[in-house]
Design a protein around this ligand. Structure first.
Ligand SMILES: [Zn+2]
Ligand SMILES: [Zn+2]
Length: 765
């Protein structure tokens, strides 16, 4: 245009990433205005488009420092720029959404309450003072209320709430923190809370104060949170905690605790900077921390050295910690009946929790997708997610390959499924153990909802080889689709390859409780060679019988008997070392191990831990997966380590690791009265040496340096830490899971990745 100086430019920016539903457009609007640039910003199906026009230097400066001027929740995946001739825009504007084209924009996960909203929540002069649903473009519910894309209020469970004029004004004003904040609401127009007991609604001016008062009396409260119901009680009230255990039929599995502030967390737990960051991150997961001492009721996390702690992440939680009661810590455990999914609707809670909760704190904002609390920890400075749900879903895991939409149906325990969209893998929220009707319904519901939110339809299916798993049978229900079975332990290793963009070949060490092997046996202590989508079994723990099959998983002492029988001890010796077990039971199980009757073979590392834990005192039934191993780890932490016991390596291709000599010497130590902490430490040292020696040998013969470590056994910090360190010392490159759980919760990612590789190979012919 004439009259414009030569150094004027117009640049179009194509922005991809998480830039919708996070206040991106108003932030850009304000930023451009502050630099006196003209142009516009708009949403697009793949993210956002920006055009800026002005003096070259200012425009270039604006682009360079753009990444530092994004709203806190935005994630910038790519920024393409095209220079165009100036057109003489006047001023800067926000343009309405362009809806055509394929949906690629990322939906944000649920976000913890931001500082600005917290300030307003506590400000008596603010119109949202004490309002339990305060939120803005930087915080609040997202994934759990979204029904469809694009993300807009009518497609969320906020649709029934018509905004009042004041909220509407904020929503429409590009300079406001609530501009296009879809869940925006206030006490006039938004959701409300109320209390109910078993007889019906409790009339109360202030239901939240009343709830606090009841908690202070030791009552058990069911409250509707972000992704489902919580059961809460005062964590300092030992009687309330044990009553909750009794009613929930959860004798020993640790409870998560919500603490009012970081200061309180620090009084109870050791807290390093990375752990502090994780606790206060937008995702607000439950973070596993080492307990300082038992200040809280002893019933919170019996037998283990960690405590699962989180900070309040909704305004409703925040308000429970206000008021005269001054709670420091509340137990916050999933609101469900044993083995059922977390309650989602008020009706669910009324049906499932009447004999667990004394009183219910309900609200009328519907939860569309249920989502449990996530669990994470910091290990050697990096974050490891152990249960991936609220705050992380639906963030994708970026892949190094692309292909058709794959649905990986996941494992049986700790199930998640995975959907791929081009080069991104979307894991579902944690579904749980897929072995009853309620969980299966949750699975199907979550799958339908995730497909809608991602706007995908699977073309390829991946499933576990176990013919009886519900997830496997689900996959078999689609005869028209391409599908591939993926071995359980291979999927573990593939999940590491997917996360770290490895093609292989890598050495895979896959140690866990149970997985169906290609020979029909129960695998679980596997050394694999994994390359592209294939694997070879290089070695494994020697097979041994599981006396009574499934019963041996519930009763770890059965495995101790099997190891002792196999190591040449008579039944009398078992009696000495397992005083908690009845004479008759011992004889029967010993006989089962001897005759191999009703005793399937397993190479499971989980069962090896169980056997050791039983000899060291765990002689009851486990009440949650991995319980005996967790307590064994805590025992080892209490000791001062020690030298490994002997073990043998036999055979080739695959080689087997034989731990009978370990048990012989362990028994000798115990007979001599050696401390249990020391014995547990020596047991860990033995496993470490066995893994490291095997990897060293394989590394030499195969000329490989990368070792992928995965499977639930690697949740054990002592084992993972010492194996990693020793492999690093030998110049190898050990990698494990971070973004997805190292346990079975990460299996679906590995399945999906193998399916994409397989599809790629088919394409090549
Ligand atoms: Zn906010
Ligand atoms: Zn309003």
């Amino acid at each position: 245009m004439s009259g414009m100086s030569d150094d004027r430019v117009r640049v179009r920016l194509t922005v991809k990433g998480r830039v919708q539903g996070v206040g991106f457009r108003p932030t850009i609007y304000n930023y451009a205005q502050s630099l006196l640039l003209s142009g516009w910003v708009s949403n697009s199906p793949e993210g956002a488009l920006i055009e800026i026009e002005g003096p070259r230097q200012v425009v270039e400066g604006c682009i360079t420092s753009l990444p530092q001027h994004l709203p806190p929740q935005a994630v910038l995946n790519s920024l393409e720029q095209t220079e165009l001739p100036p057109v003489g825009y006047e001023g800067f504007e926000i343009r309405s959404s362009q809806e055509e084209g394929e949906t690629q924009a990322l939906i944000p996960p649920d976000l913890a309450t931001c500082e600005d909203c917290l300030g307003e929540l506590k400000d008596p002069r603010d119109r949202r003072h004490g309002y339990p649903f305060i939120n803005c473009t930087n915080c609040g519910p997202r994934f759990t209320i979204i029904q469809k894309v694009p993300y807009d209020r009518p497609r969320t469970t906020m649709a029934p709430f018509k905004m009042c004029p004041e909220c509407q004004r904020e929503y429409d004003d590009p300079r406001d923190r609530r501009f296009h904040a879809q869940p925006d609401a206030c006490p006039i127009c938004g959701p409300k809370v109320w209390l109910e007991d078993h007889k019906g609604k409790l009339e109360s001016e202030d239901p939240i104060s009343e709830a606090r008062r009841l908690l202070a009396q030791g009552k058990i409260l069911a409250l509707k949170s972000l992704g489902g119901f919580h059961l809460a009680c005062d964590a300092n009230n030992e009687q309330a905690v044990s009553e909750l255990r009794r009613r929930k039929r959860r004798p020993s599995k640790p409870f998560a605790v919500m603490m009012s502030s970081l200061d309180v967390v620090e009084q109870h737990c050791f807290l390093a900077p990375h752990q502090r960051d994780l606790l206060t991150s937008w995702a607000r997961p439950i973070v596993l921390l080492a307990k300082k001492e038992e200040i809280l009721g002893r019933g919170i996390a019996p037998g283990i050295s960690n405590l699962g702690v989180m900070l309040p992440y909704t305004p409703l939680h925040q308000l429970l910690f206000e008021g005269p009661e001054r709670f420091h810590a509340l137990v916050m455990t999933s609101g469900n009946r044993q083995d059922e999914p977390i309650c989602r609707t008020n009706e669910d809670a009324r049906r499932a929790l009447p004999d667990i909760a004394d009183v219910f704190l309900f609200h009328d904002r519907e939860i569309h997708s249920r989502c449990d609390d996530s669990i994470a920890r910091v290990f050697e400075g990096t974050i490891q997610i152990l249960r991936r749900a609220r705050g992380y879903v639906p963030n994708p895991v970026p892949l190094a390959l692309s292909g058709p939409c794959v649905l990986a149906t996941g494992p049986e325990l700790k199930n998640t499924f995975c959907l791929t969209r081009r080069d991104e893998a979307y894991l579902s929220q944690y579904i749980g153990d897929l072995n009853d009707q309620g969980t299966l319904e949750f699975y199907q519901e979550a799958l339908e909802r995730m497909k809608r939110v991602l706007d995908v339809e699977p073309k390829v299916l991946a499933y576990d080889l176990h013919p009886d798993y519900l997830a496997t049978r689900y996959a078999q229900g689609f005869p028209e689709l391409l599908k591939i079975g993926v071995q359980h332990h291979h999927a573990h290793i593939a999940s590491v390859m997917a996360e770290h963009h490895l093609e292989g070949p890598v050495i895979g060490v896959s140690f866990d409780g149970t997985g169906y092997g290609t020979d029909g046996q129960i695998w679980g202590g596997e050394f694999l060679l994994a390359e592209e989508g294939r694997f070879e079994r290089l070695g494994h723990l020697a097979y041994l019988p599981m006396p009574g099959g499934e019963a041996a998983i519930l009763e770890p002492w059965r495995m101790a008997v099997a190891y002792m029988q196999l190591s040449g001890f008579p039944v009398e010796e078992c009696r000495n070392l397992l005083p908690g077990i009845g004479e008759e039971s011992l004889k029967i199980v010993f006989r089962l191990a001897e005759t191999r009757f009703n005793s399937p073979l397993t190479s499971s590392a989980g069962r090896l831990f169980d056997a050791a834990a039983a000899l060291l005192g765990f002689q009851g039934q486990i009440t949650y997966e991995g319980q005996a191993a967790c307590e064994l780890e805590a025992l080892a932490e209490s000791g001062d380590g020690g030298e490994p016991y002997p073990f043998a390596r036999v055979g080739e291709k695959p080689f087997e690791l034989d731990f009978r000599s370990l048990f012989r010497e362990m028994v000798d130590d115990l007979r001599r009265g050696e401390g249990k902490g020391t014995v547990a430490g020596k047991f860990h040292a033995t496993l470490t040496r066995a893994i490291v020696d095997a990897c060293a040998g394989l590394s030499r013969t195969l000329d490989l340096k990368t070792v992928a470590l995965s499977g639930g056994v690697f949740q054990n910090r002592i084992l993972l830490g010492s194996v990693r360190q020793k492999l690093l010392d030998m110049g190898l490159n050990p990698l494990s899971n971070q973004a997805v759980p190292v346990n079975d919760g990460g299996i679906s990612l590995g399945q999906a990745w193998v399916a994409l590789k397989w599809w790629e190979e088919r394409q090549r012919g």
